[in-house]
Design a protein around this ligand. Structure first.
Ligand SMILES: *Cc1c(COP(=O)(O)O)cnc(C)c1O
Length: 393
């Protein structure tokens, strides 16, 4: 039983005697009752050998934590109420006043907003780095630098960094690395062993479980996964003090979706590549941004680590296209809905303005990000084709 797809379904969960149902139960609790005073006095929350209080974990949350750790190739996982909360937890647990954090310019936007506002108020500074310029990144490291965020591929513009080189630089300079692994989801590459030789891995991998593990477009949840117990323990203490427990019903829905995750990932990947190829042939497209295509910055870095890709990509459209035509096109799409997030059943589309998105944008014009759902690829291509004349009108 070595394949991840299989291990996500068959897990050493022990059902109650005589009730070996396919899915684990939903355990709900704030209060957990102790059998006697001695048990209460010896309560143990450190390593999941016992239960103390609902906020600190239930059998249901422990099962999901173990499965996400399996998915990511980690050893410990903490659950939080959103992907953004996972990013916050890492920053809050590891940074203090006077520290600096480095964030890629193509990071998930709210990660940068968190640094600009909350972290700044607490005396923690940040700098944005070009994810494809390692020498530039090395030049930003100072004695105050504590943590480097990595995203592979980056959000919206999809540049794929040289992850092993980034990790080598961080290790050399004694810096902690945190990967936002929402795109790879534990399926595109192993964040704790990126080259598969055991020599190169991140310290922390966070994921918006909101995306692939949920897959429904109806759950918000995040995870923070590690391999080193002392780092996990630091994160766990902050997690407990901050009160970021999860409701068992949402946890159950993610547990229910996990077994189909690899199938959904691959189906959306195939549809995205088909639609991306179609877009690449349209004259309005200045550049196709999909890490599996040679036109995407960092394509060779993707190729060195992955064969899979998440089902999303962007196109840079000709800057001369007026916004009114752009809006007519987007409004004219029937299957693609306007909305944030991705990896759910419904295909989504969002326009982004490059000038507000990036410190130093490499292109001018509008970027349109397509996130493929589970509809048929032929129907999704036909949807874009029927709306395309509105872009040209
Ligand atoms: C969606 C997303 C998040 C945040 O997830 P939420 O659960 O919506 O807070 C974080 N990082 C990346 C890369 C994302 O795409």
């Amino acid at each position: 039983m070595t394949d991840l797809t299989t291990r996500l379904i068959h897990h050493p969960y022990q059902p109650p005697e005589g009730f070996d149902a396919v899915m684990p139960p939903v355990h709900k609790a704030s209060t957990v009752i102790f059998p006697n005073v001695a048990a209460l006095r010896q309560r143990q929350w450190r390593d999941k050998t016992g239960y103390t209080y609902g906020l600190h974990g239930t059998p249901t949350t422990f099962i999901l934590e173990e499965r996400i750790a399996t998915l990511e190739g980690g050893l410990q996982t903490l659950l939080v109420p959103s992907g953004l909360a996972a990013i916050s937890l890492v920053n809050m647990a590891l940074l203090r006043s006077g520290d600096e954090v480095l964030i890629p310019d193509n990071a998930y936007g709210p990660n940068k907003e968190l640094a600009r506002h909350e972290l700044a108020r607490w005396g923690i500074t940040h700098r944005l780095y070009d994810p494809l310029d390692l020498r530039g990144l090395a030049g930003l490291i100072t004695p105050a630098t504590r943590l480097i965020w990595i995203e592979a591929a980056g959000s919206v513009t999809m540049e794929f960094p040289d992850v092993p080189a980034l990790l080598a630089l961080a290790r050399e300079r004694g810096l902690t690395t945190a990967l936002d692994n929402t795109w790879g989801a534990g399926l595109a590459f192993n964040p704790f062993d990126v080259l598969g030789d055991g020599a190169s891995g991140v310290d922390i991998s966070v994921q918006a479980l909101t995306k692939f593990p949920s897959g429904g477009g109806d759950i918000l949840m995040g995870s923070v996964t590690t391999r080193e117990f002392s780092l996990h323990h630091t994160l766990k203490l902050s997690h407990m003090r901050m009160g970021w427990g999860m409701g068992a019903n949402d946890v159950e829905l993610v547990l229910r979706s996990l077994p189909s995750m690899a199938l959904r990932y691959d189906a959306q990947d195939a549809s995205a590549r088909a639609l991306a190829s179609w877009w690449a042939a349209q004259p309005e497209v200045v550049q196709l941004l999909h890490p599996a295509f040679a036109s995407c910055p960092g394509h060779a870095n993707w190729q060195a680590l992955c064969t899979r890709a998440a089902g999303l990509f962007s196109v840079v459209l000709d800057a001369r296209i007026e916004q009114v035509k752009m809006d007519a096109f987007l409004n004219g799409l029937k299957l693609f809905k306007l909305g944030y997030s991705w990896a759910g059943p419904v295909s989504l589309v969002v326009p982004y303005d490059l000038v507000t998105l990036r410190q130093r944008p490499s292109w001018s014009g509008t970027v349109v990000r397509f996130a493929l759902g589970l509809e048929s690829a032929a129907d999704l291509i036909a949807d874009c084709a029927q709306a395309l004349p509105l872009l040209r009108a």
